[in-house]
Ligand binder design. Structure first.
Ligand code: ADP
Ligand code: MG
Length: 682
């Protein structure tokens, strides 16, 4: 009998070939398969007669093929199939591009269901490239249809058929890990129903029940995981740090710290003196000066005779931190080193050896710091910067490492307090709610795309003054299911270089580039070897180029508020007045409101709250950059109340059964999650 760990190729009706295709999506087991949730849904329930079809309306039509389909070759690589379909009320001309097989498969006299956008006039109705299926054998018309995230070579139909097979194969064995009493108390549907309806919703109500159930389960497990993590940590004893005179550090700084920075430092130092490992999240808006909080902790730790490590999510950030911090800390007698993926092997070896021998006090780097064979003589503190790149899994794994260093996590993603409390139960939270004095807010404007010429002129003017510019484009291309960021970015950069700014240097960077290439581009931009950087949101995190004074965001409505705020935070970091220009033609009232919020306020926490209010946590989570560990719920949607319920349920359960003896299924899931987390690190 099948279980959830069964490989998909053994599932009846899937077979080797399809299994290979699914593997490209990372779907290996039955569990992966049924857990591959739709990204969205298309309501294809509306069925109309041809006469009823309104212009521009999306609908299903059931019609008979009246003539043999005609194929015409338009140009190279472009064939058009034309079909005339009729029902009792009228005629519909249907065209398909490059689907020549339809010529033979669409039978004259047969009745088919077409789903697509109606075009044309009242007397001449058309549909271009609709979905088509024989009537009576409908899979993807006449119902609410799931739309899955895809990759090349796997179609929606293959996926939804495979998932259908998968669900049929495991309907009987799906484990309901939620205890019955919890399910009843929070009125959650059974797991089988949930999986069935998340994939093939009977109705909107059924879909919403399914979502609610799956979201609850995920958050429930998440809460239990965090609680346990915290309990594990609290049980750990470490030698308390001694007090250190911090004056030497403070007076080495070129500025005085803000009260908020001082408070965060005090809180962190108190943790390190307490005798249990520090687990602190330091949240502060972009530019609030989190690095100095880290530096103070590093100083404190090293003066206590232990080593400190600072881990950044990218090479460029690591290098930036190293440059700044070594300049500050070396003169204070702290021996610093840099260790990243691109450090030459020989140097890496030498640095590792010195770390192991205790000849380096402070090392800055990327993942390389904790994963490879790097050993420390006496690691006392791990700081991770921009923690949203490291999920709860990594946190768990790090905590599970034998050494129990103090950990400080710095996040530039303001998360509304209510959410932070729920989501970071395993961490203590410090908030830097104050910016260093004298910052000039970034002037922010929302404009339609007809302003492009003016925007370009403005960039040119600033470039003439010696400034640099970022231009961010969204990753949208014609093919929405498979956005190709590479194409969008390179194409736009090329146009700008050739047509708009032939005399300036335009560079580009996108997420598909190798880290080394990315770094090279960023480094060149930081050194002002290029003037304009076209990119996707890869630049949203942490990068510090004080000379960049303008951030242009194309299709700004495609981004979440918090993400826009992050992007805006890339400018206004130097002494120059900086600008953020949000370009959008979207006239939707809510969208306009959102962009208006950006223009109106510079406070990241307010923006995050507004984001939450306008879009709800479902969408808020949907932005992976919010630091929430890859919860699939991202795509499922949920509300704050549900989050709280799941949290309460988890706490109640742990209160009466701390070792989860009554729910082996939950306990088993936890073990699995922790093991995965450790695996993810190694
Ligand atoms: P973030 O919180 O975004 O990581 P950084 O630590 O990069 O912010 O600090 C942003 C800039 O502000 C840096 O150039 C830093 O030197 C400067 N800075 C930090 N603290 C202060 C302060 N108290 N007064 C003036 N400038 C400061
Ligand atoms: Mg930072």
């Amino acid at each position: 009998m099948a279980d959830l760990g069964t490989e998909v190729r053994y599932v009846k009706g899937i077979g080797e070939q399809r299994a290979k295709a699914l593997q490209k999506l990372g779907i290996l087991t039955m569990e992966d398969l049924i857990g591959w949730f739709p990204r969205r849904y298309e309501d294809r329930r509306a069925v109309k007669t041809i006469a009823e079809l309104g212009a521009d309306e999306m609908a299903c039509v059931s019609a008979m093929i009246a003539e043999v389909p005609v194929v015409s070759h338009i140009r190279k690589g472009m064939d058009l199939v034309k079909v005339r379909a009729v029902d009792a009320t009228g005629v519909l001309d249907v065209t398909f591009f490059n689907q020549t097989w339809l010529k033979t498969s669409l039978q004259r006299g047969g009745t088919y269901v077409f789903y697509g956008r109606a075009e044309g006039t009242q007397n001449r109705k058309r549909m271009a490239s609709p979905v088509v299926e024989p009537e009576g054998k409908q899979e993807v018309t006449g119902r609410i249809v799931p739309v899955y995230p895809l990759t090349a070579g796997v179609s929606q139909l293959i996926l939804s058929r495979s998932i259908r097979q998968g669900l049929d194969a495991c309907a009987e064995i799906l484990p309901d890990i939620l205890p019955d009493d919890i399910r009843q108390k929070y009125q959650l549907c059974r797991i089988g129903y949930a999986y069935e309806n998340i994939h093939f919703p009977e109705s909107e109500e059924a879909l919403s029940l399914a979502r609610r159930r799956l979201a609850f389960e995920e958050l429930f497990l998440f809460s239990i995981g965090l609680r346990r993590l915290r309990q594990r940590k609290e049980a750990i004893q470490v030698p308390p740090c001694k007090d250190v005179d911090m004056e030497a550090f403070y007076s080495a700084l070129p500025f005085s710290l803000t009260d908020a920075q001082r408070r965060c430092i005090d809180e962190a130092l108190a943790d390190m003196r307490s005798g249990t490992p520090m687990n602190r999240l330091c949240q502060g808006d972009v530019g609030s000066g989190k690095t100095m909080v880290a530096a103070a902790c590093v100083y404190f730790c090293v003066k206590n005779g232990r080593q400190a490590a600072l881990m950044a999510p990218t090479e460029i950030l690591a290098r930036q931190h190293f440059a700044g911090l070594a300049a500050l800390l070396e003169p204070l007698g702290i021996r610093c080193a840099l260790l990243t993926g691109s450090t030459p092997a020989k140097e890496k070896k030498a640095t590792s050896a010195r770390l192991a021998a205790g000849e380096i006090d402070f090392v800055t780097g990327t993942h390389a710091l904790i994963s490879g064979g790097v050993e420390y003589a006496s690691l006392g503190l791990v700081v991770t910067d921009e923690q949203h790149r490291f999920g709860v899994a990594q946190r768990a794994a790090l905590a599970a490492k034998a050494e129990h260093p103090h950990t400080l996590v710095m996040s530039a993603t303001p998360i509304p307090r209510t959410l932070a409390l729920i989501l970071y139960r395993d961490l203590d939270v410090s908030i830097i709610d104050q910016l260093p004095p004298g910052r000039r807010p970034v002037e922010t404007y929302a404009v339609p795309s007809s302003y492009h010429p003016r925007v370009y002129k403005f960039i040119r003017k600033l470039a003439a003054e010696g400034r640099q510019a970022y231009i961010v484009c969204s990753q949208v291309t014609e093919n929405e299911e498979q956005p190709d960021e590479r194409k969008a970015v390179t194409k736009y950069a090329k146009t700008l270089q050739e047509k708009v700014f032939p005399d300036l240097k335009v560079a580009f960077v996108h997420g598909k580039m190798k880290p080394k290439e990315k770094d090279a581009v960023m480094t060149a931009f930081a050194a002002h070897e290029t003037d304009i950087l076209v990119s996707t949101t890869v630049i949203e995190v942490g990068v510090d180029v004080p000379n960049a004074a303008v951030m242009v965001v194309e299709d700004a409505d495609r981004f979440g508020l918090s993400q826009l705020h992050q992007l805006r935070g890339r400018v206004g970091r130097g002494k120059h007045q900086s600008y953020c220009i949000l370009i959008s033609d979207n006239k939707n009232e809510e969208t306009r409101q959102r962009l208006h919020v950006m223009a109106k306020t510079a406070d990241g926490f307010k923006i995050a709250e507004e984001d939450l209010r306008l879009r709800g946590p479902g969408d808020f989570f949907g932005q992976r950059q919010h630091g929430l560990p890859g919860l699939k719920i991202a795509d499922l949607g949920c509300d704050t109340k549900l989050l709280q319920d799941a949290q309460t349920a988890a706490e109640d359960l742990l209160a009466r059964d701390p070792d989860l003896e009554s729910c082996p299924a939950v306990s088993g899931r936890m073990t699995q999650l922790f093991t995965q987390a450790e695996g993810a690190l190694n």
